[in-house]
Design a binder for this molecule. Structure first.
Ligand code: SF4
Length: 490
């Protein structure tokens, strides 16, 4: 697992990214039976761009060949011009990926397409396998040659080597051998498969476009988040279930269970930060969860103040909830510049907090002389929070009370989220008051774990993974070697 190495573009030419945030590893989309499948996959990836900005790819099938296009960069750049016309087909899968920059990363861009003894097949994966390194070693000892250092390729090899001749059985066989987090979409010449690991760590939604395909039949679609469906005019039906493999072919749509569902461990951080607020994730509106987090935070950690100000964009919904519950006015006291490029040249004369100021600007007329409650969705290393608190004070805020809409992050994620090592997680080694002092806030409070669970609860249906807040992992095996650099199904 590689990490952005510097906070928010503090050196010349460095990537200006939110490196003090945890990063999602990728988003996937799949389309079955639509003459515009490549374009729809492209639109779906565009809606999922927030889940990964380093590379993207699409593989299509015209029922005779699979064709692919993948590159480093943003979705809109990668598929500009007539690229989509060159990969026309009626089936498509797509993938957008987060990783650190670097030439070798193109090697790991997905989908991964191979010619196997089961025919042409391409796989796109969101998640992280915790036993990939061990399986890969075994496969290499038996003569397998790997093209990438991605754990997704482990799945491809396992499918190819399965003794099962029937493809759904071969995929099921492969998926039973891997451990960890995976939401997968697979395309062959004439069918799409979609699968989720038995604990259901990462989301995967299923829907359809009415009469979108041949003979006015419906097109079937899958996506990491339902915001992709909205752009495609698709109707959300349900989530792929933990342990389920859905097969969509010309003759049938069939549900196979490759494994008995285990205790569910849906990633709660999807609701805290990763997913778009306009998505339904794990059957629950992300917007509703975030607003409830803010309300709960106001109940748990109220303070006398004049304004509630979000750290945009992801702190906005929680801040709305906090303001409503507390009765303290909500104001956009920090404005985000959305047009900061991926790299930026710092002026020769060093400007303090340059990276943050490039992205966030305080509204002095709102903040001057005010006691401010600043709401953010996470605090990972603390480096950015410190700068933001200083910006607020320099803009005239008399008090800055920091409120975080999740518990302290104390442990790394092994399930497909790019987290710093434990040593870099400030809450792993500092008390809340020590962090408060470090970031220079007048007070600091986090949402409790119980409060977070309550805020994300849809009835009592969803059981969440909260390992990055507890250090207790749901899988028996966490093989750190599986998290090799720039790999790992991301
Ligand atoms: S450890 Fe945290 S980020 Fe990783 S899956 Fe669990 S809740 Fe999500």
């Amino acid at each position: 697992m590689t990490l952005p190495v510097e906070p928010l573009g503090v050196h010349e030419g460095l990537a200006v990214n939110d490196s003090d945030k945890l990063h999602e590893e990728c988003g996937v989309v799949a389309i079955f039976n639509n003459p515009e499948a490549a374009t729809l996959a492209y639109l779906g990836l565009h809606a999922l761009q927030h889940r990964g900005q380093e590379s993207a790819g699409i593989v299509t099938s015209n029922r005779e060949h699979l064709r692919q296009h993948k590159q480093m960069g943003h979705v809109a750049e990668i598929f500009a011009g007539d690229v989509l016309k060159k990969i026309k087909g009626s089936l498509a899968i797509g993938h957008t990926r987060y990783s650190t920059a670097g030439d070798s990363a193109l090697l790991n861009a997905q989908p991964i397409m191979v010619q196997s003894n089961k025919g042409m097949i391409a796989v796109a994966h969101n998640g992280n396998l915790v036993n990939a390194a061990a399986i890969r070693t075994r496969l290499e000892e038996k003569g397998s040659i790997f093209q990438t250092n991605s754990d997704t390729e482990v799945i491809v090899h396992l499918i190819a080597q399965s003794r099962e001749t029937n493809l759904p059985n071969a995929i099921s066989d492969a998926l039973r051998r891997v451990e960890g987090a995976f939401s997968l979409v697979i395309v062959t010449l004439d069918r799409i498969f979609a699968a989720r690991d038995p604990r259901g760590f990462r989301p995967l939604a299923m829907g359809y476009i009415p009469h979108g395909g041949d003979n006015h039949k419906d097109s079937v679609v899958f996506a990491s988040e339902t915001c992709a469906f909205d752009l495609l005019d698709a109707i959300y039906v349900r989530d792929v279930k933990p342990g389920e493999l859905v097969e969509v072919g010309p003759d049938r749509t069939e549900s196979h269970f490759f494994a008995t569902p285990k205790e569910q461990s849906a990633c709660i951080f999807e609701h805290v930060y990763f997913s778009r607020p306009d998505s339904i994730v794990f059957g629950r509106s992300v917007h509703a969860s975030r607003e409830a987090m803010g309300r709960q935070l106001a109940r748990e950690a109220g303070v006398d103040a004049d304004l509630v100000v979000p750290v945009p964009d992801s702190g906005v919904t929680a801040a709305m909830g906090y303001a409503e519950e507390s009765g303290i006015p909500f104001r956009f006291g920090l404005i985000r510049n959305h047009y900061v490029g991926r790299t930026f040249i710092e002026p020769e004369q060093r400007v303090r907090d340059f990276g943050v100021r490039l992205k966030l600007n305080p509204v002095r007329s709102l903040l001057e002389g005010k006691r401010v409650i600043l709401i953010d969705d996470s605090l990972v290393r603390g480096t950015t929070s410190e700068k933001i608190v200083r910006l607020m004070r320099n803009a005239g805020a008399t008090e800055v009370h920091m409120r975080i809409s999740c518990p302290p992050t104390i442990s790394p994620c092994y399930y497909g989220v790019d987290t710093p090592s434990k040593e870099q997680l400030i809450a792993a080694s500092h008390s809340v008051d020590e962090i408060r002092q470090k970031i220079g806030a007048d007070s600091l409070s986090y949402l409790s774990l119980e409060g977070l669970r309550t805020a994300c609860a849809e009835g009592d249906k969803t059981a969440y993974c909260t390992s990055c807040y507890t250090g207790k992992y749901p899988t028996d095996w966490v093989d750190v070697d599986s998290l090799a650099p720039v790999g790992a199904g991301r």
